[in-house]
Ligand binder design. Sequence first.
Ligand code: SF4
Ligand code: SF4
Length: 84
Amino acid sequence: MAYVITEACTKDAFCIDACPVDCIHPKKDEPGYEEAKQLWVDPVECVDCGACVPVCPATAIFVLDDVPAENQASVQANAAYFGR
Ligand code: SF4
Ligand code: SF4
């Protein structure tokens, strides 16, 4: 299981600072950041710690089983960003 960032993300990057395994991208200094509509979690690298959830002011991050029905497309979108 992994955590998923949904379309409510505002790219403020609080979750990047909270993540212990650096699995949220793109960062501001990485290619594609400007074009990205949101940030994404690498579903393979995520260790399911949940540290990103409480720091997200947009309530945009959900554990896989709790992703709202209207945000199910985000599950594949997060994985696809990393070629998973
Ligand atoms: S903390 Fe939330 S709103 Fe901010 S970048 Fe991360 S997922 Fe997006
Ligand atoms: S659950 Fe933990 S490892 Fe996964 S993206 Fe959030 S902070 Fe990173």
